[in-house]
Design a protein around this ligand. Structure first.
Ligand SMILES: NC(=O)c1ccc[n+]([C@@H]2O[C@H](COP(=O)([O-])OP(=O)(O)OC[C@H]3O[C@@H](n4cnc5c(N)ncnc54)[C@H](OP(=O)(O)O)[C@@H]3O)[C@@H](O)[C@H]2O)c1
Length: 281
């Protein structure tokens, strides 16, 4: 890869996306900072006139994805690191969230990533290099009550990223999925709440704001998080999976142990599913 990488980052108006754009610009890399309202990036573009470009990209809009990738190539000639960061959390039990809310959540968190990645991949393939970094979540590995649809979108990114890693490695393109625990990005304040609350059935939804508030006292520092992401991307052997923060590691480790135990209970019985002729042989 070239000395000064070109980063293409989605959702840079706030949080991780903004912090990552600032981090890589400060170290001299070039950034195509994308946002639904690129005017909010004016200060960044003014500070880094040579190396920053603000481009409109609503990840749910295919035309935006096409033109943003085209603009990146026109401005900087390449894309070294694609960071699929744009996303938000839908809060509510599966029965409480509306069809439209579920659709929007998947359109942004899953189809948005697929749209942008599919537009960028021809550029990376042509270069025979590049790195796709998907911002997943710890709840994409270990789901929470009242965050089921959000968790499902992040589980989808786990599967997509695993497949991408296998598809792209032979082409010289790397893949990483970042799995942050709670970080103080302000993202929880922008979470969308269910439309049809059923508090007697699902007290977990009513409890979530309090859980979020407690988290905000112990949440991770997004500036430290993006420094680790940059370090991982620049390492000789970037990790495929990158949990961030102790709570993420603890939840993932507990889930791995739990799954190991769960599948052992029925193992002996459940593996006897070959046709009798195969078992006899
Ligand atoms: N903070 C955490 O604790 C945490 C933990 C695990 C994972 N994550 C993940 O980290 C990523 C960034 O979240 P954050 O915490 O930094 O929150 P954030 O500050 O709210 O950032 C989310 C970004 O996504 C953008 N976005 C939302 N919908 C979009 C769309 N349709 N098209 C383009 N951009 C869109 C937002 O832009 P607008 O200003 O236009 O809305 C915003 O820039 C998300 O994928 C989130 O799921 C966060």
């Amino acid at each position: 890869m070239s000395e000064n990488k070109v980063w293409f980052i989605t959702g840079t108006s706030s949080g991780f996306g903004r912090a990552l754009a600032e981090e890589v610009l400060a170290k001299g890399d070039r950034v195509v900072a994308t946002a639904r309202k690129p005017e909010v990036l004016q200060d960044l573009v003014e500070k880094y006139r040579e190396t920053a470009r603000a481009v409109k990209l609503d990840v749910t809009n295919m035309e935006d994805a096409k033109s943003a990738v085209r603009e990146a190539v026109k401005e900087f000639g390449r894309i070294d690191v694609l960071v699929n960061n744009a996303g938000y959390a839908l809060v509510g039990a599966t029965e409480e969230v509306s069809d439209e809310q579920i659709k929007q959540q998947f359109d942004t968190n899953v189809f948005g990533v697929i749209n942008v990645t599919r537009e960028a991949l021809p550029v990376l393939r042509e270069q025979k290099s590049g790195h796709v970094v998907n911002i997943g979540s710890v709840v994409g590995f270990s789901a929470w009550a009242s965050l089921g649809i959000y968790s499902a979108t992040k589980f989808a990114l786990e599967g997509l990223s695993e497949a991408l890693a296998a598809e792209l490695a032979p082409l010289g393109i790397k893949t990483t999925i970042v799995e942050p625990g709670p970080f103080d990005t302000g993202g929880v304040d922008r979470a969308v709440f269910a439309e049809n609350l059923l508090p007697e059935a699902y007290p977990s939804t009513a409890q979530l704001p309090e859980v979020f508030r407690e988290f905000s006292n112990t949440a991770g520092d997004p500036v430290k998080a993006v420094k680790i992401i940059v370090e991982a991307v620049e390492s000789e052997n970037p990790p495929f999976r990158l949990p961030l923060g102790l709570p993420a590691f603890e939840a993932i480790e507990a889930k791995l142990e739990q799954v190991k135990q769960e599948i052992s209970i029925w193992r002996a019985r459940a593996i006897e599913t070959n046709f009798d002729a195969v078992v006899a042989a």
